[in-house]
Ligand binder design. Structure first.
Ligand SMILES: [Zn+2]
Ligand SMILES: [Zn+2]
Length: 334
């Protein structure tokens, strides 16, 4: 599914095309894709809210498949082994951020489905050092949303620093939030979910949310941490007011509308606002380990790969709860 230029998803900017199979370079592997999760970031790329970094582009950065070719020097994975490809595709390894465990901030980083072709395709390549082994606890479709929704939620949860037995507020309840809730519940955290969509509310309740309400409603208690998943800056003041003193509000999206002016009293008493940028490979390995141990159960709605425009349109409208995942013909047995 190829993007030649951004446009409203309703106009079908992704086109089915035959392209040459990608060739793995030095240290790279090629993956025969079975499943690729859809992410709000894909929607931002396809609709142009994130500036295009290349054209044409194949989006998609939650890719699960099997290794079908090894580039020169690649030896970490065997042919046929199941692997995942995530958003961070390469970092320089040499800059101050990379050398201090913060490769998520590397200014030369490359990103799957944005600066390089991604997984809305039958094959994709990735440097082997940035691929992940997929735990056996998950099927292909169930594993796909772990690779961005899961990893970014996991990092946001870490930055929000909620102690066991503490309270966590989630604003917006899409793919990432529904995985983050499960990790938080397994850690003994009480979760409060603010979302409008009735089917998102129902899923939050089913997964063990302590309370579900609207963003403007005051929470029944002050919480130690909060995460905003919705790309809506206007949620920031309400989320800050839900925090206990010393609490942290993490902003999990790569794109957000402007944040309105804040009353200092809402921030005072050492409340913290942190954005979440990308992830390190440690975040990815940590999420996959913890997800398999729980084991958490992603709620997945699948679409044929060729229906990527429709799938992203449904994501935009809140048409399904949990995660959307594209399946290739090979995975669908077609
Ligand atoms: Zn770097
Ligand atoms: Zn993503």
């Amino acid at each position: 599914m190829v993007l030649h230029g951004p446009g409203p998803i309703e106009g079908g900017p992704l086109r089915v095309e035959d392209v040459d199979p990608p060739v793995p370079g030095v240290g790279e592997i090629r993956v025969r894709v079975s499943a690729c999760g859809i992410c709000r970031t894909d929607l931002h790329v396809v609709e142009g809210e994130l500036p295009a970094r290349r054209a044409p582009l194949i989006p998609g950065h939650q890719v699960v498949g099997r290794v079908d070719a090894l580039g020169s020097g690649a030896s970490r994975f065997a042919l046929g082994e199941r692997v995942g490809i995530a958003w961070v595709r390469w970092t320089c390894g040499a800059c101050g951020f990379c050398r201090t465990g913060r490769e998520n901030l590397c200014e030369r980083a490359e990103f799957t489905g944005w600066t390089a072709d991604g997984g809305y395709a039958e094959q994709a390549v990735v440097p082997e050092a940035f691929a992940y082994a997929i735990p056996a606890a998950f099927g292909d479709a169930g594993a796909a949303p772990l690779l961005c929704a899961g990893i970014i939620g996991y990092r946001a949860l870490r930055l929000a620093a909620v102690p066991s037995g503490g309270g966590l507020a989630l604003y917006g309840f899409g793919s990432s939030a529904h995985i983050t809730l499960q990790v938080a519940r397994a850690r003994g955290v009480e979760v409060y979910v603010c979302t409008r969509e009735p089917r998102h509310r129902a899923l939050a309740r089913a997964l063990g949310a302590t309370w579900v309400g609207a963003a403007a409603e005051p929470l029944p208690v002050a919480v130690e941490g909060a995460i905003i998943f919705a790309p809506a800056g206007e949620l920031v003041p309400a989320a800050l007011r839900s925090l206990a003193p010393g609490g942290t509000l993490a902003l999990a999206g790569i794109h957000m509308s402007d944040v309105p002016s804040l009353a200092y009293a809402d921030l005072y008493r050492e409340r913290v606002i942190r954005s979440v940028a990308n992830n390190t490979r440690d975040d990815g390995e940590g999420l996959l380990r913890e997800a398999a141990r729980i084991p958490l159960t992603p709620e997945v709605t699948t679409f044929p790969l060729a229906d990527a425009n429709r799938a992203l349109g449904e994501l935009k409208r809140g048409g399904f709860a949990g995660a959307g995942v594209l399946l290739t013909d090979a995975a669908r047995g077609v």
